[in-house]
Design a protein around this ligand. Structure first.
Ligand code: SF4
Ligand code: SF4
Ligand code: FES
Length: 392
């Protein structure tokens, strides 16, 4: 089959940057990685990218296709070719680009090391010298997190890291939960205290792009939620984010509504609340601040209270209470939601290309079902938004 693709070329040593188009003949089973190999072998040997296993295990070949992170060796080209689409390939986001699709992984590994990705045994060695056995059910708690191959696709798409490059990020925190949830680890509380510090779990903006993009189904956002729940369970709630979350629970239990007027003093303290008095008065003048007393209590608040009791009785506080795989963005199916809104409309993120998605045509590419956006919009917006070589 004839495969066409555009590649953002960049050389950090010279500053040269250009979008180049390539067309090669590839076998029908070719992946994006195979096509890059063909381009490098037959067309331009200076093309730079990483690879090793070619089978979704080593995590080397993370890059962006049409603005979204993918594993090149997992991405089949045939449906893309059949749809007449010419994808734009570029380096992952949130990491400095060295050359073409090769990024500097040093900041990634630095955060990985910061979470202590090794077991700190907290158990007595069995006296008979045999293995320390753990039931499989108990290890299932960290099964998803243990699947991580450190590819960086989640980090590439993390919105919190884009605004705060120091944020530990989805990969490091997912790895953190892999040890927090491990029954053999003896440093759970110390780990949680560390992950609750500045640039830690509460800096996540819950955009769910890491869940959306992880090629191994690790669902890092869920791991971060589990770390939050475990922190609360162990009384580690000094961060504003933790206080904020706790007040949501108190509100739901007592009134069935979010008690917004008390949110700031309960979360940030009285002094901070006083400093924001002017802002609060402005809101009040526009009728946006309900009177705190008497608190508005939902008609069927008993249901919220009963739910709280059930969860307590079931012992579902901590990580076991986190529902797995919410996959908020996946639910949107990359198309219009039930209200006809396009989550990838103008001003939002580039729309990922999915060849067999409803509404796509071989000639029209991904245009249909995209509101006012055109394929040209997608192609042009798929270039790296980060200045090459910048950021960390
Ligand atoms: S959910 Fe949190 S960790 Fe995941 S990509 Fe969004 S901000 Fe980053
Ligand atoms: S969590 Fe998923 S996307 Fe992130 S590094 Fe691990 S395997 Fe890759
Ligand atoms: S080459 Fe190893 S994951 Fe793609």
């Amino acid at each position: 089959m004839d495969v066409a693709l555009k590649i953002w070329r960049y050389n950090s040593a010279t500053g040269d940057r250009a979008l180049r188009e390539y067309e090669v003949d590839a076998p029908e089973e070719a992946t994006l990685l195979d096509v890059l190999d063909i381009v490098k072998d037959r067309v331009d040997g200076t093309l730079a990218y990483r690879k090793s296993c070619r089978m979704m295990i080593c995590g080397s070949c993370g890059m962006r296709m049409d603005g979204g992170a993918v594993l090149a060796c997992k991405t089949r080209m045939q449906p893309i070719v059949e749809a007449g689409h010419v994808p734009v390939i570029s380096a992952m986001g949130n990491l400095p680009i060295v050359k073409d699709m090769v990024v500097d992984m040093a900041p990634f590994w630095q955060k990985f090391r910061a979470v202590g990705p090794w077991l700190q045994p907290g158990y007595e060695q069995p006296e008979d010298g045999k293995e320390y056995l753990i039931p499989q059910e108990r290890m299932n708690h960290v099964h998803k997190e243990a699947l991580c191959i450190n590819c960086g696709c989640c980090v590439s798409e993390c919105n919190a890291m884009e605004s705060d490059p120091e944020f530990l990020g989805p990969q490091a925190l997912a790895k953190g939960f892999r040890f927090v949830g491990d029954p053999r680890d003896g440093a759970k509380v110390e780990r949680l205290a560390s992950y609750n510090s500045e640039h830690g779990i509460w800096d996540c903006t819950r955009c769910y792009f890491c869940n959306e993009r992880c090629p191994k189904g690790v669902d890092p956002r869920d791991a971060i939620a589990k770390l939050g729940a475990e922190s609360m369970k162990h009384g580690i709630d000094h961060d504003l984010g933790a206080k904020h979350a706790r007040w949501f629970v108190v509100s739901a239990k007592t009134t069935g509504w979010l008690r917004e007027t008390e949110l700031v003093p309960k979360t940030q303290g009285i002094v901070s609340a006083i400093k924001q008095t002017g802002f609060a008065l402005g809101l009040a003048r526009r009728g946006k601040v309900p009177l705190p007393v008497p608190p508005h209590v939902a008609e069927r608040v008993s249901e919220a209270r009963a739910l709280h009791e059930i969860v307590k009785q079931q012992g579902r506080d901590g990580a076991v209470g986190i529902v797995q795989g919410e996959r908020a963005l996946s639910k949107l199916g990359h198309g219009l939601d039930e209200h006809g809104r396009d989550p990838y409309a103008e001003g939002s993120f580039p729309r990922p290309f999915i060849a067999d998605e409803k509404g796509q045509t071989p000639t029209g590419g991904a245009n249909e079902g995209m509101g006012s956006r055109t394929q040209a919009d997608v192609t042009s917006s798929a270039e790296p938004t980060r200045k090459p070589g910048g950021g960390a």
